[in-house]
Design a protein around this ligand. Structure first.
Ligand code: HEM
Length: 448
């Protein structure tokens, strides 16, 4: 009786129809849930999507409760999660649970560090990629360029270097990123239509995204399998994550170290790393394009403090305005506005509502960034809010870009260094203008 309020549940589909319709109308699932929370005057929104109970929590206090309470640490095992794990139950890191999750998350974090995924060593890999990017821009100078696409290629290449010791072939990478983009259209954080009404795959395999995810799984599996095979035949030079994982697997210490698990961990890295950092950088360049005044200020700071040399992560402490600008981009353009999904493991209560064990829980973090109680003029883009009276960078505890608690993003140092070094490295050499006189809108939209 104390289940959180929300739209009505229809037979078989529950509130799926309402959520789908509003997601289309409001442009994203996050905005649809915000609107529903407003309509039902609640910070804890309850729905039933087919057979799954879905709860969306908003408000900083509630969101922190979910991030920190152990009962919310697990991931669901629904139709979407199975597809996402190549047909397996809760494997890899992102969708693993319990001991398996702890062991593999720890193993990945520790061993990626061993192969150079640490703040300083990583820097030289990012700088190499920046030099390649600058070369590409030079060759294509003054032609219009889709920055998000070239940046996602860069970030995946850096990541893949640690995982598989080499770059992914260019044509394969382009194909893969194309599939990831389409995947982003077909699936939302609540899993999309296919998760909510799995039988729709028999009626509309194309529209529901089922054909796409099968194709994506097939193509991505073959790229990862090929990399694993090359490692088994010692065809790749040096040490990397796949070698370390295979060593652990061959040592037979833990039965969860299998080739299938390795494949899904690799998939987790590719999915988590491919679009997040590049989308954020895309918004940073868009803002610089829309505000030439801000762009000029950033350029002047870079020119005065680092001149012509390649930027490095340590510069982020000195380029205060640029770093504050990037923090404000994180706030103003929340690229992960809803964190999760989480599976609740015991009955719990939030804000006086009862959430039943087994419910899927999402955290609406994006709206915290526009809460007037926490930010002055939240709808105004103002890098200065991240600079204190003494002119130093101010870190806000109200930004949740990389999550919080035990499921916090393990890729944050790569993402932060990549975003900073690439942004500074490009603005150091180029001014960004529109090629056709039309300034693009900064309202996020899905690429069609
Ligand atoms: C700007 C870029 C990025 C953003 C905004 C971001 C954001 C997030 C967030 C919010 C979570 C936590 C989800 C939750 O609480 O349930 C997360 C988890 C995760 N991220 Fe990132 N991420 C970024 C880049 C990366 C990169 C480059 C990698 C690759 C190493 C990565 C790998 C992961 C993995 C494996 C998880 C799952 C962790 C777990 O469940 O234990 N992320 N990310």
């Amino acid at each position: 009786r104390k289940f959180p309020p929300g739209p009505v549940w229809y037979p078989f589909i529950g509130s799926s129809g309402v959520l789908q319709k509003m997601t289309k109308e409001y442009g994203s699932e996050w905005r649809a849930c915000l609107e529903l929370s407003r309509q039902y005057s609640t910070n804890v929104l309850g729905m039933k999507l087919s057979r799954e109970m879905l709860v969306v929590v908003s408000g900083e206090k509630n969101v922190r409760q979910v991030f920190y309470d152990k009962d919310y640490d697990a991931r669901p095992d629904n139709f979407f999660a199975r597809l996402r794990c190549l047909g397996n139950k809760n494997m890899g890191i992102t969708f693993a649970n319990g001991e398996k999750w702890k062991i593999h998350r720890q193993f990945a974090v520790k061993n990626l560090k061993h192969v150079g995924y640490g703040k300083t060593l990583m820097e030289s890999e990012i700088q190499n990629e920046l030099s390649r990017l600058l070369e590409y821009l030079k060759e294509n100078n003054s032609k219009p360029i889709n920055v998000v696409n070239i940046l996602s290629e860069s970030v995946v290449n850096i990541l893949w270097k640690y995982v598989a010791g080499e770059r992914i072939q260019e044509d394969k990478l382009k194909h893969l990123l194309g599939l990831f983009r389409q995947r982003g259209e077909a699936f939302t954080i609540a899993g999309g239509l296919l998760n909510q009404i799995p039988w729709c795959r028999y009626i509309i395999p194309g529209l529901s995204g089922y054909s796409l995810i099968n194709r994506l799984n097939r193509d991505i599996s073959s790229i990862i399998e090929e990399a694993i095979e090359k490692h088994k035949n010692n065809e790749v030079k040096g040490k990397d994550f796949i070698y370390l994982f295979l060593e652990e697997m061959n040592a037979n210490r833990d039965p969860t170290f299998t080739e299938e698990q390795l494949k899904i961990v690799c998939l987790d890295f590719l999915i988590a790393g491919s679009q997040t950092s590049s989308n954020l950088l895309g918004f940073a360049f868009l803002k610089a394009l829309r505000s030439q005044e801000i762009q000029q200020k950033i350029y002047e700071e870079i020119d005065t403090l680092i001149g012509d040399r390649l930027p490095c992560w340590n510069d982020s402490d000195r380029l205060i305005y640029t770093s504050a600008f990037l923090q404000e981009v994180h706030r103003y353009y929340p690229i992960v506005p809803m964190a999760g999904p989480r599976l609740l493991q015991n009955d719990a209560s939030i804000d006086g509502y009862i959430i039943p064990k087994g419910a899927t829980v999402l955290m609406s973090v994006g709206d915290i960034y526009f809460d007037p109680e926490l930010w002055d003029d939240p709808h105004v883009f103002k890098p200065e809010r991240f600079i204190d009276e003494s002119g130093m960078l101010k870190i806000s505890e109200h930004l949740y870009t990389f999550g919080l608690g035990r499921r916090r993003c393990p890729g944050d140092s790569l993402a932060k260094s990549f975003i900073f070094i690439t942004f500074v490295g490009i603005l150091q050499k180029y001014r960004i203008h529109v090629s056709n006189g039309t300034i693009p809108s900064d309202v996020p939209c899905i690429e069609r």
